[in-house]
Design a protein around this ligand. Structure first.
Ligand SMILES: C[S@@+](CC[C@H](N)C(=O)[O-])C[C@H]1O[C@@H](n2cnc3c(N)ncnc32)[C@H](O)[C@@H]1O
Length: 322
């Protein structure tokens, strides 16, 4: 029976995020469908069965930094910055943004290391950003098209600003395959929420270089699989775009298991829909070969892309190994 009556939930995080995450639904039925799957809101990724493990695996700095002094953005003063590098900067008007070059390229992107719970600096330290949760008010809404639910920003966002995490359960590939294709799973090959983060360790360079994608030449991959199907933050509602406005970075705080931080790849206008490239690559430009959506891989039909971006592959990237 069709139930009518849409509405707005003011904050699906129930106060867990520092800013409200609104959700607008067109009918009670649609909301029930969604809540039957996304059953728990979390701010940061969790490892099932190890949620109580609060151990910090890194030594901390001994700065008594405050947001005013910027001590923890200074290589010669802060041990964390000296060890791992400086990733954030203060811009004017005051805003913390990512310093890394967000240019599209295949060049290695190092993970971001934030100050952690062993550090002497306070929570206001400028080298603590992703760990505090999202700062940009956002709204989850239904697109009314094949791409389903989506997320838009409720204020303009500056290039390099942290938008939100892609948070879910960190699980092994074996478990992912079981959840997706095993007994009792739908096994349809569509509606995939799993993000596989790859960081490559290029041993041949005698340097440790981390990249999200794509070349595997001479590199050993560290993989982190995040499944936000049932346990997640709002990142699970962000769709694929071949012309994305977000880019993803591994961020380490206390644990060696990285969080995935989504940063604005360019300035984003108020009300704009968020998107990242599910293949982990930015700036395909002319290299994208449009497709008619009939592609199959390992016998699975790929999902048609409905993002409507100017440059589009025509289908959603997916990892055939999962
Ligand atoms: C991480 S979820 C994104 C949220 C999803 N739209 C929902 O309704 O819950 C990924 C799934 O959304 C859909 N999707 C994401 N981007 C899309 C796009 N550009 N075109 C069509 N479907 C898309 C696909 O079904 C995909 O497996």
């Amino acid at each position: 029976m069709q139930t009518v009556g849409g509405g707005i939930i003011a904050d699906i995080s129930s106060g867990l995020e520092p800013v409200p995450v609104a959700l607008e639904y067109s009918s009670q039925e649609k909301l029930d469908e969604l809540q039957a799957v996304h059953t728990r809101y979390i701010v940061h990724s969790i490892i099932p069965g190890r949620e109580d493990d609060r151990a910090c695996y890194y030594d901390g700095c001994d700065c008594s930094s405050t947001s005013a002094t910027n001590l923890c953005l200074n290589e010669s003063r802060c041990g964390c910055i000296a060890m791992h590098g400086c990733y954030y900067t203060r811009t004017n008007p005051p805003l913390l943004t990512l310093l890394l070059d967000l240019q599209p390229s295949n060049s290695p992107t190092p993970p971001i290391y934030e100050c952690n719970s062993s550090c002497a600096c306070p929570p206001t330290c400028p080298n603590r950003l992703v760990q505090h949760g999202c700062r940009v008010p956002m709204r989850v809404f239904h697109t009314g098209t094949a791409r389903g639910w989506s997320v838009q920003v409720m204020r303009a966002v500056r290039r390099g600003e942290f938008v939100c995490e892609y948070a879910g359960e960190v699980v092994r590939a074996r478990e992912i395959r079981k959840r997706r294709w095993g007994e009792g799973s739908e096994g349809t090959g569509t509606g995939n929420y799993v993000l596989c983060l790859r960081e490559y360790v290029c041993v041949w360079l005698l340097l440790i270089l981390y990249i999200l994608e794509p070349s595997e030449n001479g590199a050993q991959a560290l993989r982190t699989n995040i499944d936000p199907t049932t346990t997640a933050n709002l990142g699970r509602y962000i769709n694929h775009s071949c012309s994305p406005n977000l880019s993803l970075f591994p961020v380490r705080v206390d644990s060696v298991v990285p969080l995935v931080g989504m940063f604005a790849y360019r300035d984003i206008a108020e009300g704009e829909e968020l998107g990242f490239d599910y293949a982990g690559v930015i700036g395909y430009g002319d290299e994208v070969t449009p497709s008619n959506g009939e592609e199959t891989e390992n016998g699975r039909t790929r999902c048609l892309c409905n993002a409507g971006a100017g440059v589009c592959r025509g289908w959603l990237p997916f990892d055939a190994r999962l």
